[in-house]
Design a protein around this ligand. Structure first.
Ligand code: SF4
Length: 446
């Protein structure tokens, strides 16, 4: 756990000068403790105190990134055990296992499904990000050629699975640019594999033998070597025991036991006899506390629920999902198309836009920022009234796109119509249906 405000206060100058933007050092300390202020805002903290406060401020689970570009996966950075305490930060990467001795058609099938499994949901593109390339040859040239060929077929982020440092070194000649995750440093290959990760600046997995002491010994030794970007595989493949170990790792990390303050990798592909059970285990470890999850295959029926589960668990429960404020053209609208206005609560936006789309009547949808509140709640909170909607409509620029100044408001906000007409001056305000499901009928008869 980080320091409390009172503990932080001991390191501040206690002059209450107010230069940090709050009136007292205590208030500033409280803000630091809750992550609402940056230490740099106080120009008078001594260097020694800065170092102590910075160490305390480092997240208990070290953040790290695997891969580059659009498929890069950032994990770690977590600060709590339970999502209701504070949001989980970085969702786990989902990887598909491919072996170097696998049939070409099977590999191509996995790549095709990886590319096809992309799902639009609440304005986000849900998809997997990674492949785990396993060496079955123990031959440097063979594994290198396999990795190189795979990279030519797919841009995914990579986990390179190979116990032999010499074989891994050959693969890294072609794969280093993708910043892969190296699997794995063990007691046996430790120094050589660790040096490889350090030389290439890539994160590496520490693989234990089912004994947590081994993991701790390895992370401590590698830390002393300067290798900080580590991922833990405890070595356990028994689901319940692994669940306990992952919980222990998270709790230890939160108690600032640094040797276990790292992201984790789990292998449902080695723990289940079929994809259904793999999917169930993957769902378990998405919730608690896998950072990389390696499956034997990507199939839409298994992947979609996992992606949704990941989205839900890693969405901040205290912040509603929102759509961006702006003008959304639906179905190629022109200057004669109707204009509807709604709130930016994601669900509202998607239901309303979906109903407009299904009406096949081209329209302009104005989405107003209501801080993620639905229409009725926003109206009750004073965020969707004649003044706010009127100001938004005027500033949106929709007037330049249409010939008739007419705007349709949700039926639930009928009470604002008079005030809105006054605010807009010269616009006609039409009250639309209360329920989104009535929009197609309403638009067709408008
Ligand atoms: S700037 Fe520093 S010394 Fe001044 S009130 Fe803020 S924390 Fe205290």
């Amino acid at each position: 756990m980080g320091m409390t405000g009172i503990q932080i206060l001991k390191f501040l100058p206690k002059t209450n000068c107010g230069e940090c933007g709050v009136p007292t050092c205590l208030a500033f300390a409280m803000q630091l403790a809750t992550g609402k202020a940056e230490l740099e805002k106080c120009p008078y903290v001594a260097e020694e105190s800065k170092a102590k406060l910075a160490a305390s401020a480092a997240p208990p689970v070290r953040p790290l990134t695997v891969g580059t570009g659009e498929y890069a996966v950032k994990v770690g950075g977590e600060t709590v055990s339970f999502r209701h305490e504070k949001t989980f930060v970085n969702p786990p990467g989902l990887a598909c296992l491919v072996s170097s001795d696998e049939a070409e058609a099977s590999i191509q099938g996995k790549i095709d499904r990886f590319k096809a499994c992309q799902f639009e949901r609440v304005g986000l593109n849900l998809r997997p990000e990674m492949f785990a390339l396993k060496d079955a040859s123990n031959d440097p040239a063979t594994y290198k050629a396999f990795v190189q060929k795979f990279m030519g077929l797919c841009d995914a982020s990579l986990i390179l699975i190979c116990p032999n440092p010499d074989v891994m070194a050959a693969a890294m000649e072609v794969a280093a640019e993708r910043k892969p995750l190296l699997y794995a440093v063990t007691l046996k290959n430790g120094p050589k594999m660790a040096k490889l990760a350090k030389d290439f600046g890539c994160p590496a997995v520490v693989r234990g033998d089912g004994n947590m002491d081994t993991v701790i010994k390895l992370t401590e030794n590698l830390g002393k070597m300067g290798l900080k970007d580590l991922v833990i595989d405890t070595g356990t493949r028994e689901p319940h025991r692994l669940y306990q170990e992952l919980t222990l790792i998270r709790r230890s990390a939160l108690a600032t036991f640094r040797p276990l303050g790292y992201p984790t990798i789990v292998f449902p592909c080695e723990m289940a006899s079929d994809l259904d059970n793999e999917t169930l285990l993957s769902a378990l470890y998405i919730a608690k506390y896998g950072s990389f999850i390696v499956m034997s295959d990507f199939q839409a029926h298994s992947l979609f629920p996992l992606l949704l589960s990941r989205l839900n668990i890693y969405t901040d429960p205290q912040r509603p999902m929102t759509a961006e404020q702006g003008i959304y053209p639906i179905g190629n609208p022109d200057e004669n198309s109707p204009v509807l206005v709604t709130s930016n609560f994601s669900l509202t936006y998607f239901i309303v836009s979906g109903e407009i789309e299904s009406s096949r009547v081209p329209a302009w949808l104005l989405v107003q920022d209501t801080e993620g509140l639905s229409v009725l709640t926003a109206w009750a909170a004073g965020k969707f009234n004649g003044e706010t909607v009127g100001t938004f409509v005027k500033k949106s620029g929709i007037a330049d796109k249409i010939s008739q100044k007419k705007v349709i408001i949700p039926g639930y906000a009928a009470a604002i119509s008079g005030e809105l007409e006054e605010e807009l001056g010269g616009w006609q305000v039409v009250v639309g249906p209360r329920e989104a499901s009535q929009i197609p009928k309403f638009l067709k008869t408008l």
